[in-house]
Ligand binder design. Structure first.
Ligand code: NOJ
Length: 764
């Protein structure tokens, strides 16, 4: 009887609904109803054990992204055949995913297809810039495109679910995972989250080039105390709503298929067991219908948090809190059946979790064809293509930020007499691939030296010296990092070639696995050998361009004072060297802007532009009693939104359409931007507001809009932004999102330190 029922379920392919495009809304609703009724039928015939099976996510060891499991592969395979597993992670390739899917389809009673999840963070095999770097492009279309390409490659290799985007706001460069997010700002973070989700998920999850996305880590993971990964988070309710949650809310609104709970506790409650966050806010208040997966063993880790006695207790807390799927925690399989039987957990909660998971499987079209992501031809033809590499180069150059360019040292001429390309990262083909590199081949990036050689005229004399060593470049579990390794023997050679060169390009920074999960640091300076290398080279040649490659903001105050040219290139991915050369030699005019503040010193952390004013913001009295450090400035070395171009932009004629607006109304702010230089260039026009008095204190500036424009030399453009209630809303002292009556200031400019402003007011 069950086979017949499954037959009926499968005989109704969703594809048949999508043929008539003119009735798309009705069809969408029909499709939804149809999925709902299929889920109803399926749930009604599932045993409790089978439903719990859907809530289990096992690791498949093709890649290592967490502590090794205590269950062997053979045992996992048996469970999977018996319907005891709903999804796998870290299984890649068509062959691998097919093998497991067919075990389920052949042996399990209900033949419910598996999800295959993987950390496709910034590319699958063609690697794009690390997410923090790509965020510096402020180019939502480019970001969407890179996620779409990553999805295309991953789905060609059996994957149907990515654990991305990470949408955690972070203001702490010590935290290794700052590389994986969009930086410090909730507004920019929300926009980028949506672009990434749209790229991964495409227009329709049922398209076999779309991946189900996963917004993570819910919530506040980026606020780990001291920047130490997995550490405690204590933030207030208002900060949670105003700073942490906006990107998640935007992700929910954009229809992200899944979210991942976080390892950390939030004010005493582990996020994975946090009912208010998961059930009350995300599922109820936001009415989001995807499913929540735990992070790796984060359910059973509630035992270590001191929030659960054992796995059974942890399972109880997590399922009640609204966490639907257990990643590698073994808690749901250990506890849920018992808990339901003892009446401690209502079976309805299990049903709800299973329904949410089944829905995504239906949305992905897996019930129509469980092998739809297992296409050898696609795997052969659609991965690491020339076209994808070109796209990677394009996003990479858009992500580069020109931090400093004194006396227009850049762009360099392609016919300079000689260039000394120096530094541990100058000819490194691995570091630019960065952390979270999915299926990238080690050492497969175009190195900077290679990129430079291709870009310049044949007549240019290029010399190269590494100078000092950097880390090992090993993929995982680096025990000993290169920090402060006193290996400075090569400096002499570097100095020699620097002396004789017209210009020095010095590539320094961090190796690939210095940032990423579990890679927190107490310091954010360059290693001592690299600092020595800079000083020695600087002594003999002042014509020096520093190319930084790094996964986090670095405190490079000394270098910033001396070097005339500094280019921030992050870890740019497969085409790194070509993209950097495009910028260094002027084939691309840099347009990136920092999505995160660069501190002058680690002691300033957390540092972010949208801070509060405090009660003592200035030293008007000339005394010591104001909010400051006595040994360093308050300001960032390079602020949020900063980034230069080879041309210059002038902002003038800031106008506001009316001095005030009321509920339901709006005003327009406009500014004229002129390219006052000699080259065509792009500029990110940024709009900030300040709410002068609120029911809660408000940040001194908050990004509320931006537009990426391109201008020919001498040309101007008037850029307009609409300000309405939504622009000025925040989570107020009344514990709701609303606009408060009062006076505001609006600022427009090319970085967060712009002072070009005008006032307006809002009346309720
Ligand atoms: C732990 C990480 O925190 C999470 O982001 C990742 O998706 C999982 N491991 C799976 O690799």
């Amino acid at each position: 009887m069950f086979t017949i029922l499954m037959g009926i379920l499968l005989l109704n392919p969703l594809n048949s609904f999508s043929q008539d495009s003119t009735k798309s809304n009705t069809l969408e609703m029909n499709k939804k109803d149809s999925i709902e009724s299929k889920i109803d039928s399926l749930i009604s015939i599932m045993t409790l054990k089978e439903k719990i099976g859907q809530l289990v996510l096992y690791n498949g060891s093709w890649d290592v992204t967490g502590p090794p499991s205590d269950v062997g592969n053979k045992e996992k395979f048996e469970k999977l055949k018996n319907g005891g597993v709903g999804a796998m992670l870290n299984v890649t390739s068509v062959a691998g995913t097919k093998e497991l899917q067919s075990a389920v389809m052949k042996h399990s009673r209900l033949k419910i297809p598996l999800l295959f999840g993987y950390d496709v963070i910034h590319g699958y095999k063609t690697i794009f810039p690390i997410p923090l770097g790509e965020s510096a492009s402020w180019d939502l279309e480019a970001i969407k495109k890179s996620s779409a390409i990553a999805a295309k490659e991953a789905t060609a290799s059996g994957i149907n679910w990515t654990f991305a985007p990470m949408v955690d706001i972070s203001r702490d460069a010590r935290w290794g995972r700052i590389m994986e997010g969009a930086g410090e700002d909730p507004f920019l973070g929300a926009k980028i989250a949506v672009a990434r989700i749209q790229g991964f998920q495409g227009d329709d999850l049922a398209d076999n080039t779309s991946l189900a996305a996963c917004a993570k880590h819910f919530a506040a993971y980026g606020f780990a105390e001291g920047g130490r990964d997995y550490n405690t988070v204590s933030i207030g309710e208002y900060e949670l709503h105003n700073t942490i949650l906006p990107p998640f809310k935007a992700a929910a609104k954009a229809g992200v298929a899944t979210m991942m709970s976080a390892f950390n506790e939030v004010d005493g409650i582990p996020a994975t067991g946090h009912k208010e966050l998961q059930r009350d806010i995300l599922k109820d208040a936001w009415n989001w219908d995807g499913f929540i997966v735990s992070d790796w063993a984060s359910i059973s880790e509630m035992i270590f948090h001191g929030y659960a006695e054992d796995k059974i207790h942890a399972a109880e807390r997590a399922i009640i809190a609204g966490n639907d799927m257990d990643m590698e925690g073994r808690a749901y399989e250990a506890g849920l059946e018992k808990l339901v039987k003892e009446g401690k957990v209502d079976e309805k909660l299990i049903d709800d979790a299973a329904r949410r998971i089944l829905k995504i499987k239906y949305d992905l079209g897996l019930f129509d064809d469980p092998y739809r992501y297992s296409d050898e031809t696609r795997e052969k033809n659609e991965i690491y293509t020339k076209e994808n590499l070109e796209a990677s180069r394009d996003v990479a150059r858009k992500s580069i930020v020109l931090l400093k360019n004194d006396k227009d040292i850049l762009p360099l001429k392609k016919d300079v007499k000689s260039i000394a390309v120096i530094g541990p990262l100058a000819n490194d083909k691995d570091t630019p691939i960065g952390s979270w590199r999915a299926m990238a081949t080690a050492n497969s990036a175009v190195s900077l030296l290679e990129g430079i050689k291709t870009a310049v005229n044949k007549s240019v004399k290029i010399s190269h010296a590494q100078g000092v060593a950097l880390g090992t470049g090993e993929r995982n579990f680096i025990k000993e990092l290169a920090i402060n390794r006193e290996d400075t023997k090569g400096i002499t050679e570097a100095v020699n070639i620097a002396k004789n060169a017209e210009v020095v390009i010095l590539a320094i920074g961090e190796e690939a696995f210095q940032s990423g999960e579990g890679r927190s640091q107490v310091g954010i300076e360059l290693t001592i050998p690299q600092q020595k290398l800079f000083e020695a080279v600087w002594e003999v040649n002042k014509n020096i361009v520093v190319v930084l490659m790094n996964g986090r903001p670095l405190a490079i105050t000394n270098i910033a004072e001396k070097a005339p040219g500094i280019v921030e290139t992050w870890h740019l991915g497969s085409e790194s060297g070509n993209a950097i050369a495009d910028v260094l030699f002027g084939d691309y005019n840099p347009s990136g802007k920092l999505p995160v503040s660069f501190p002058r010193d680690v002691g300033q952390i957390p540092i972010y532009y949208n801070a509060k004013n405090t009660g003592r913001p200035s030293n008007a009295e000339g005394l010591v009693f104001w909010s400051h450090y006595t040994d360093e400035k308050n300001e960032a070395l390079f602020p949020f939104g900063h980034g230069l171009s080879y041309t210059t932009f002038q902002y003038k004629s800031l106008k506001i359409s009316a001095p005030s607006f009321s509920s339901g109304g709006e005003i327009t702010v406009s500014v004229t931007v002129t390219n006052t230089g000699k080259r065509k260039g792009k500029e990110v026009v940024q709009l900030y507001i300040r709410d002068l008095i609120g029911s809660l204190t408000r940040p001194i500036k908050e990004l509320k809009g931006f537009e990426l424009i391109e201008l020919e030399p001498g040309k101007s453009k008037t850029v307009s932004f609409i300000i309405n209630e939504e622009t000025i809303q925040f989570y107020t002292a009344d514990k709701k999102w609303e606009a408060e009556q009062g006076d505001f200031k609006v600022f427009v400019g090319g970085s967060s330190i712009t002072e070009l402003g005008v006032g307006f007011s809002f009346n309720k």
